[in-house]
Design a protein around this ligand. Structure first.
Ligand code: URA
Length: 183
């Protein structure tokens, strides 16, 4: 078993916060252990909770399309979430739940050691870029964290709600593609 597989096995039994009481499955993350690019969403929704995989609902289908636009797919990138268990009724994860879950993601990051982190939406950007991150102004910009390049994109669910943001996201994806080509 690799370290990441061990971490996953431990995480599947996690009871560090109350979300364990209402979850169907822990959604640990998917992708190759040596991925150079890691996408981080917010938390599992209903489909993800049922299937135990991140981004498998409508937002996930859009994420797949976004990846395809720049020649990527799920075999090439790692996809995880800030919290591993679905918050009831898809509410935002509470600060205490995020804090309880954070060590799982921290260790995942250490083990995968990606060169690029892509935050999907504001919640991940507030954690990995800065607490006062403004997604409308700062999406698509590059930041640095511990030697990694970090960018935030609009969350695919936000793009489903507001398709007018899609052209900007296309530009952001092109910037991401250019950075990946430089790796
Ligand atoms: N939204 C997220 O942030 N993560 C998922 O896994 C699915 C939807």
């Amino acid at each position: 078993m690799t370290e990441l597989e061990k971490l996953r096995a431990d995480c599947l039994g996690c009871e560090r916060c109350q979300l364990c009481e209402t979850r169907t499955n822990v959604v640990f993350g998917v992708g190759p252990e040596d991925a150079r690019v890691m996408f981080i969403g917010e938390g599992p929704g209903e489909n993800e909770d049922l299937q135990g995989e991140p981004f498998v609902g409508r937002a996930g289908k859009l994420l797949d399309d976004m990846l395809e636009l720049i020649g990527l797919d799920r075999t090439k990138v790692y996809i995880a979430n800030m919290v591993k268990c679905r918050p009831p009724k898809n509410r935002d994860p509470l600060p205490g739940e995020q804090a309880a879950c954070a060590p799982w993601l921290e260790r995942q990051l250490e083990l995968i050691d990606p060169a690029i982190i892509v935050c999907l939406g504001r919640i991940a950007a507030m954690r990995f870029i800065k607490p006062d991150f403004k997604i409308t102004r700062e999406h698509g910009q590059w930041f640095e964290l511990d030697g990694r390049r970090v960018m935030a994109l609009y969350h695919p669910a936000a793009l489903l709600r507001d398709p007018r943001r899609r052209p900007e996201t296309f530009d952001d994806l092109k910037r991401l593609q250019a950075a990946i080509e430089q790796l």
